[in-house]
Design a protein around this ligand. Structure first.
Ligand SMILES: Nc1ncnc2c1ncn2[C@@H]1O[C@H](COP(=O)(O)OP(=O)(O)OP(=O)(O)O)[C@@H](O)[C@H]1O
Ligand SMILES: Nc1nc2c(ncn2[C@@H]2O[C@H](COP(=O)(O)O)[C@@H](O)[C@H]2O)c(=O)[nH]1
Length: 198
């Protein structure tokens, strides 16, 4: 299965995802994106992102290497396709953390992907979280918050919405969604088998 988490910058996608993976270290595989933006302090190439040049990213697009990609606040972000295909062929569940335009491309290409939208308790807290993180300039924070308003309007295209008020609670909700969707898929597969068996 393919699980996808979106939400405005600073809402806590990375925080929730990391806490989720700590609780279930073997159940989900994280899809590492490629990006043209600069690495933040503490970010590791090949772990947090594949940090590539604009030229390399455009080459990957032209060679059809991306499952999806988008431009977000002047930088490219995208999901390398081969790794996702390999994992899905092997029956592994994959977890993606991407912005809304890319998520809509995934929805079109992988209709059974489960899309979860993470919301902030309010926009003031979103700004506070971005400011406290301290990884972006004031100008970039303003651009990200402007984009956030448009992104939130897209949440109606998602299967689930979760408010990230307290990290623990948000993680539990995402865990419940994953569990319920897995059960649904298992039941569906079993009823197909019964139909095929006559
Ligand atoms: N529930 C929460 N309450 C308070 N602070 C939080 C909460 N969740 C995350 N944070 C903090 O908010 C900041 C942004 O979180 P994080 O980097 O996980 O967001 P993000 O959605 O992944 O952002 P981006 O899309 O820009 O990468 C971090 O400093 C994080 O510690
Ligand atoms: N469409 C895609 N969006 C992605 C991907 N990887 C990350 N993102 C999203 O970009 C913004 C900004 O990320 P940041 O790390 O610079 O804060 C955020 O919404 C990410 O979820 C991707 O492969 N495709």
């Amino acid at each position: 299965m393919l699980f996808l988490l979106s939400g405005p910058s600073g809402v806590g996608k990375g925080t929730v995802r990391k806490a989720l993976f700590k609780r279930n270290p073997h159940e989900l595989l994280y899809s590492i994106s490629a990006t043209t933006r600069e690495a933040r302090r503490n970010e590791v190439d090949g772990k947090d992102y594949f940090f590539v040049s604009k030229q390399k990213f455009e080459q990957m697009i032209n060679e059809g290497q991306m499952l999806e990609y988008a431009q977000y606040v002047d930088q490219y972000y995208g999901t390398p396709k081969t790794w996702i295909d390999e994992q899905r062929q092997q029956g592994n569940d994959v977890f993606m953390e991407i912005e809304v335009n890319g998520a809509m491309q995934v929805r079109a290409k992988v209709p059974d992907a489960i899309l979860i939208f993470l919301l902030p308790p309010d926009l003031m807290q979103l700004r506070n979280r971005l400011e406290l993180r301290g990884t972006e300039s004031d100008k970039v924070i303003d651009e990200r918050l402007k984009t956030a308003r448009q992104e939130i309007l897209m949440m109606t295209n998602y299967d689930y919405a979760v408010v990230n008020d307290k990290v623990d609670k948000a993680v539990k909700k995402v865990q419940t969604i994953i569990g319920a969707e897995r059960l649904k898929a298992k039941r569906l597969a079993n009823s197909y088998i019964k139909i095929l068996e006559g």
